[in-house]
Ligand binder design. Sequence first.
Ligand code: SF4
Length: 212
Amino acid sequence: MSMFCYQCQEAAAGTGCTAMGVCGKTSALANSQDLLLYTLKGIALFNKEARIHMLDTSEADEFIMEGLFTTITNANFDYDFFSKKISEALQLREKVKAKLIENGIEISDIKNDAAVWLTDKEKFDEKAKTVGVLKTKNEDIRSLRELIIYGVKGLAAYVEHAFNLGYKNAEIFVFIEKTLVSTLDDTLTLDELVALTIETGKFGVEAMALLD
Ligand code: SF4
């Protein structure tokens, strides 16, 4: 299997695209999108900390929103765009990390691989194969995590459009980042993930209202 994607109703055999997307997405592109998403989660881990300490989070807020939007079905099929975006995401993650350190904020307990992985651009494809949907082994946890991620991607699409029209709701950024971080948390129970899925739906309605 060279990729795994089941984020839309066109998924091959109703279960998932594993060699190439029915939508036309190549496996390299699908994996790059997975790696971008993974890196956004790493940024969110540090940006959440920056927010707690009242530092300016706007650059990462906007980057995460835009990054999520680019990974929705049929939004962008440009492999080079995603390679560049992953490099930018890594730079931004390190920038947020440096800002925390400069401000004397303790971050040594943020050790998740999404927060620390770093490699040359030439090895992005290799790394990308290890961070996709199937990284979560438990099927129930995986399904809930992905349901939440797809909800958050949809939310980001609404928020990006509203943002371009001059509207912003800081609460939605907070929720998006809290949620991305939650999908890395192996201590969350099924019940907690179900509650988060429902909360994602509620924020989806708020984001639609913002766009409206
Ligand atoms: S987005 Fe593309 S690759 Fe993913 S499930 Fe849909 S058709 Fe398949």
